[in-house]
Design a protein around this ligand. Structure first.
Ligand code: NAI
Length: 253
C-alpha cells in the first residue's frame, strides 16, 4: 500500500508500540489518527509527532464502547478523509492464575471482573474497531489494510487465561476477516510480539522479567521499533493477508 497521504488509525496510539508505529508510518508519509483512552498522553504523543513533521490527530476513545467507536470513526473520516488503514493495537493485561492454593486452602484466582476487562478491550474492542473501519473502507471503495496486534501468549501463557484467550481470538479473527474482506480489496494481517520494552512489560516483576529475558534466544527484549517494522511490512506487501507475523527474538511458546 502506498503510504504517502494514507489515513491510518492506531488504537492505543498514545504510547508504547502504538506510538512507535505512528512514528514509523508517519516517516513514510502516512497521516495518523491516534485513538486512546488517555487524553494527556494522547496530546503529548500528537505534539511529539507534529514536532517531527508528522501529520497526527488525537481522538479520545474507549475501544470497548460500541457507540463511542462508531462516533469516533465517523468523526475521523469527516476530519481526515477516507480511511486506508487500521492498527488494532490497544490492549491491557489483568493477570492471575486460574486457581490459587494458599496455606492449603484452594481459592479462585483470576476474577470474573479481570476476565471481562481483558476480553472487553483485547477481543471485543478489536472486533468493534475492525467492523467500523471495514464498513468505512467498503463504503469508500478503495480497499485498505487492517493489522491486529496479537501476542505470542496466544498459544497459552501461565497467569493469562484472559489475555491468551483474547489474543488467540485476535489471530483467528485475522484469518476470518482476510477471507471475508478480500473481495473488497481489504487485506488483514497480524503481528504477535514477544516481550517488548514498553510500560506493559515494565509492570512485570523485575526478577520474572530477568528470567524471561534469559530464555529469549536473542538474549534481550525487543524494542517498539522492531514491532513497528513488522507492521509496516504488512502494509507494504500487497500479497500478505490472513497471516500472523511472530516477532519475538526466537521465543515462541
Ligand atoms: P501499553 O500499555 O504501553 O500501551 C497500550 C495503550 O493502549 C495505552 O496508551 C492505553 O491507554 C491504551 N488503551 C488501553 N485500553 C484502551 C481502551 N479501552 N481504549 C483505547 N485505548 C486503550 O502497551 P504496549 O506494550 O504498547 O502494547 C500494545 C499492544 O501490544 C497490546 O495489544 C499488547 O497486548 C500487545 N503486546 C505487547 C507486548 C509487549 O511486550 N509490550 C507483547 C505482546 C503483545
Amino acid at each position: 500500500m502506498q503510504m504517502k497521504g494514507a489515513v491510518i488509525a492506531i488504537t492505543g496510539g498514545a504510547r508504547g508500540l502504538g506510538l512507535a508505529m505512528a512514528q514509523h508510518l508517519g516517516q513514510q508519509g502516512a497521516r495518523l489518527a491516534l485513538l486512546d483512552l488517555e487524553r494527556d498522553t494522547l496530546d503529548q504523543a500528537v505534539n511529539t509527532l507534529l514536532d517531527q513533521g508528522i501529520d497526527a490527530t488525537a481522538y479520545e476513545l474507549d475501544i470497548a464502547d460500541e457507540t463511542a467507536v462508531s462516533e469516533t470513526f465517523a468523526a475521523l473520516v469527516a476530519d481526515m478523509g477516507p480511511l486506508k488503514g487500521l492498527i488494532n493495537n490497544a490492549g491491557i493485561t489483568r493477570d492471575g492464575l486460574l486457581v490459587k492454593v494458599k496455606d492449603g486452602k484452594v481459592e479462585k484466582g483470576l476474577s470474573l471482573e479481570q476476565w471481562r476487562q481483558v476480553i472487553d478491550v483485547n477481543l471485543t474492542g478489536v472486533f468493534l474497531c475492525a467492523q467500523e473501519a471495514a464498513c468505512r473502507m467498503v463504503e469508500a471503495g478503495e480497499g485498505g489494510v487492517i493489522v491486529n496486534i496479537s501476542s505470542i501468549s496466544r498459544a497459552g501463557n501461565m497467569g493469562q487465561s484472559n489475555y491468551s484467550a483474547a489474543k488467540a481470538g485476535v489471530a483467528s479473527m485475522t484469518v476470518t476477516w482476510a477471507k471475508e474482506l478480500a473481495r473488497h480489496g481489504i487485506r488483514v494481517g497480524a503481528v504477535a510480539p514477544g516481550f517488548i520494552e514498553t510500560e506493559m512489560t515494565a509492570a512485570i516483576r523485575p526478577d520474572v522479567l530477568e528470567k524471561v529475558t534469559r530464555g529469549i534466544p536473542l538474549g534481550k527484549l525487543g524494542q517498539p521499533e522492531d514491532i513497528a517494522q513488522s507492521v509496516a511490512y504488512i502494509f507494504a506487501n500487497d500479497y500478505f493477508s490472513g497471516r500472523v507475523i511472530e516477532c519475538d527474538g526466537g521465543l515462541r511458546v
